[in-house]
Design a protein around this ligand. Structure first.
Ligand code: 5AD
Ligand code: SF4
Length: 444
């Protein structure tokens, strides 16, 4: 068993976990391959956040079942948040799955793969102490390094399966994180993104998240720092102050609201009300003028009335998020809300979702239009996939900017004037002064 194909579904935490698995596998002498057809083992890193995510993974497993019929020695493994649910499938007579490994079992992955070649293996125990803080991930090439600072979640929002699939919250020690940031910077990564389910509740010994931001801000070579996703209740003044004073911390925050109705926020066990959320937004806007805000919203939570929904919609008009991820509520096994009767029909959830999408598209476009003619600083990521004469990257406030290739290499900052917008992208013009034409000798 030598070659492994690894495919990732779901959130950024899973992307980072796949990089961690890739590091573990390569250090054990295994090779990662780009096509499942070339692999001795395939591993799907899965997501269970909504039913739709699970259905996609099950569809993909069907494709691997066909591959396995052609090559019965192929090991098919499932990692990540669906591990718990898929354990039963291991025991089915028509065996497709050989390995199920939960989010805390990755340290031992090479060994588990070897064992799975003999008999089916399930390693789904959650481990209160596992942080992988000492393990170096194999980071995907690029300008951005994802650094997991915390695993698991203790918030128990009543709709959310994460506390059950990922277990209790654990923070990685500050020294390990600073070492990871320094290492990523020395490898040429220019942007650090701290990851955690409630990233700003990170704390270790006497340090809190503000100390982590300040420590990362001091690492030479790092140009930009971001983090996702913070929980509104953990946005303390210390964190807000650090955001205001660390020049490398970028002016954008993804701050999940979920609902604009206090009644629904209570039912969701979000631990803040709208008054507190407004305070946090004001705190952010006063410390970091012009900060961009994005959010997550769930429509159709059990008990959500038209009035509750209207409160969400009205708050989104008032606050004017730059962008929003909008979801229909999906009942998840193990969660508290799973037992509650669904009061909003699929059709009505669809109607509410469409209304919010249209409203948000309008607001996002208006905000982007205000940027027309302004200058933005872009961290260049690469040449555009669609048009090789264009470069793309992110502005400081996390908007994608596409502009004519002025020769700025990936990882460098470009100054760009915004000359057009689409719903999701800014179109720009380089402000780089062209290098003076080289003198050409016309012969002697
Ligand atoms: N149904 C719909 N959306 C959900 N999310 C989490 N759980 C559910 C669920 N059961 C959304 C939340 C969260 C984002 C990552 O996914 O908005 O912030
Ligand atoms: Fe899920 Fe709530 Fe934890 Fe976020 S804070 S991962 S929504 S339980």
């Amino acid at each position: 068993m030598k070659r492994v194909f690894l495919e990732t579904y779901g959130c950024q935490m899973n992307v980072a976990d796949s990089e961690l698995m890739a590091g573990v596998l390569e250090r054990a002498g295994l090779e990662l391959v780009a096509r499942p057809e070339d692999a001795d083992a395939v591993i799907l890193n899965t997501c269970a956040i909504r039913e739709h995510a699970e259905l996609r993974v099950l569809g993909r497993l069907g494709e691997f079942a066909r591959l396995k019929r052609e090559n019965p020695a192929l090991i098919v493994g499932v990692a990540g948040c669906m591990a718990q649910h898929l354990r039963k499938k291991l025991l089915e007579s028509k065996r497709v799955l050989d390995l199920v490994v939960g989010p805390d079992g990755y340290r031992d992955l090479p060994n588990l793969l070897l064992r799975a070649a003999g008999a089916p293996v399930a390693e789904i125990r959650l481990d209160r102490d596992e942080t992988y803080g000492d393990l170096e991930p194999k980071r995907d090439a690029g300008v951005r390094a994802w650094v997991t600072v915390q695993r698991g979640c203790d918030k128990f929002c009543t709709y959310c399966v994460v506390p059950f699939t990922r277990g209790r919250e654990r923070s990685i020690p500050l020294v390990d994180l600073v070492r990871q940031v320094e290492h990523a910077a020395s490898q040429g990564f220019r942007e650090i993104v701290f990851l955690g389910q409630t990233v700003n509740s990170w704390r270790h010994d006497s340090h809190d998240f503000s100390d982590l931001l300040r420590a990362a801000n001091d690492v030479p070579g790092v140009r930009r720092i971001r983090f996702t996703s913070p929980h509104p209740s953990d946005m303390t003044d210390r964190v807000l102050d650090a955001m205001g004073s660390c020049e490398k911390v970028m002016p954008h925050v993804h701050l999940p609201l979920q609902s604009g109705s206090d009644r629904i926020l209570t039912a969701m066990n979000r631990t803040y009300d709208m008054a507190r959320f407004r305070e946090v937004v004001e705190g952010l806007r006063s410390r970091v003028p012009g900060i961009a805000l994005s959010t997550d919203i769930i429509v159709g939570f059990p008990g959500e009335t038209e009035e509750d929904f209207e409160a969400t919609s009205a708050y989104m008009r008032e606050t004017r998020f730059d962008s929003a991820f909008l979801f229909k509520y999906s009942a998840r096994p193990d969660t508290r809300a799973f037992k509650w009767p669904e009061t909003v029909s699929e059709e009505e959830k669809g109607r509410r979702l469409t209304l919010l999408i249209e409203q948000q598209m309008g607001i996002g476009a208006e905000i982007n239009d205000t940027l027309l003619g302004s200058e933005v600083e872009v961290l260049v990521e690469n040449i555009s996939h669609r048009d090789s004469s264009q470069l793309y990257g992110k502005s400081r406030d996390f908007k994608t900017v596409v502009f004519g290739n002025d020769g700025t290499p990936p990882g460098d900052l470009a100054r760009v004037r915004v000359v057009g917008t689409t719903a999701v992208t800014l179109l720009g013009e380089s402000l780089k002064t062209p290098a003076s034409s080289p003198l050409v000798s016309i012969g002697g």
